[in-house]
Write a new protein. Sequence first.
Lengths: 323, 278
Amino acid sequence: MAPNAYGECLDRMKITATILAAMSVIVSQTATAAQPAAIGKFEITEVAPGNYVHYGSLQERSPQNLGDNANIGFIVGERCVLVVDAGGSLAVGLALKKAIRGVTQVPICHVVLTHVHPDHFFGAAAFLDDGPDFIAHRNYPRQLAARARPYLNYLRRDLGDLADGSEIVQPTMLVDARLEVDLGGRTVLVQAWPPAHTDDDLTVFDRSTRTFWLSDLLFVEHTPVIDATITGFLAVMEALRKVDAAHYVAGHGRSQQPWPQVLEPQRRYFTVILEETRAAIRNRKTIQQAIDEVGLAEAKHWAAFETFHRRNVTTAYTELEWE
Amino acid sequence: MNGGMHRIATVLLALACAVPAAANEKAEPDAARSPYWEPIRQLMFGDRVINPDGRDVIRVYLNTRADDASTVPVAVKAQIAQTDNDYIKAIYLIVERNPSPTAGVFHFTPSSGRAQVETRLRFEDFSFVRAVAEMNDGKLYMAQRWVKAAGGCSAPNGKNFVPEALLGKMKLRFDDSFVTYGQPNLVQLMIRHPNESALAADFDAGKVPQFVRSVKVSFEGKPVMDAEVDFSISDNPNFRFYFSPQDKGELKIEVEDTHDRRFTHSVPIAEGSPLPGG
């Protein structure tokens, strides 16, 4: 998602689902108050043979969801398991590991850190015991160095003691362009992209089932987030479209739309922001006017719009005003 | 949903919301009783009297809820005309809870046309942003707004990476296609600069952060707006202000940063010649 998402009570009050979630979680937390933080219910879905996805909550991080806010998962080979992101806290990482062990006993050899956002990486510490390669984009270490401290602070602010054990894990293997990983009986392509969602986005492609793990290069349901460049993101999406995938996994949300049509809502959203922001700049509107006006018609299509949309417009304006 | 059920849900939501609400005050505090303001006031203005209700002289415009704490647009606008006898000579722009609260001191003259500046600010925590106008006779007037935004100063510096070759490059955009003599003309100054925050997590305590510390705008050698600024200003510093030329001439920008680098940019201005970005 994005670096520091602040909860807005009013928005959440509008969502009936939240009420139910809050009720059930508070009850379950009361019952297990003395236990270390643990995810109660953790479902995985086999989207293609050997490709297992856990769909995270679309809500913002909270003590109730323990940072389980992103889609994560794993691919099982004959010799090795490859993990695609570890979730937003140690508790999520441990739940994922438990789910893996419910499927297979082969070693966990690789953990891909798809980009530098905390909802995807704070669970990585759960896999340190397994001694895997932690694979990240060439630009990841620089961003991680810049963001580690505030991310840890925000995690503790949001989760309190429930953040205990969530820690920064440094990558051990960096990808410049492409990396082929042999899991035994199947190979997986890890691909680095130019700046888009962040400047350190990786995707994972399982060749045997043509399953494409896009992480936050694809949002469905949840408002797409721009943390690097809107023009770059649109350019990367054009390249993504050409990938011959049979199955896909988004970074947030789930959809029944086929590939590559599933890219369309996000492309439309970015195009609206791009065109309206460029028009605002051309018409000498200030950044504040653009923030107040651009893209509001998109609100009905996306979750967490209030939290992320205006920030996207701010990012787009500060990029596009230099064109 | 029946009444009882509704009450339970409301109580539970109050609990669910308690964490962020406690971490950051949500309600606007009383501006006159802010504990953060008093030491700043002492340091900057000493015993001088500040009219706390300066809305007839100066106003601050920004959204109370800011979406990106590292880029919060703000406008400070004089409510009076700049005349030779009666003018605002400085505006102090203060984000009272930032580690370095004075975002900028902007100096104006009667030939500025209008004492107004728009820029973009970083907010480290929920804070009042205050503008104090200093008149040519020394009187001080204050206005403020409460802003809910946090984390903007400790956010990483690297997000909008500025390549060395672009550092200090400037762009001027005018609000109109052509200049009008004898009237305030709105101009936007854009400076390519990381404007590093000393608070950013990736920042070594031993280093001097690179940020723009001074911006001088002149027309034919006469000051239009001089500003001393700091890292409470967002990266790629951006200022909108007025200038009021009487005849053709050169609008010149001189920028200096904390690493003693100097950057200059100038554009010729003449009635009938198209303005850049206009």
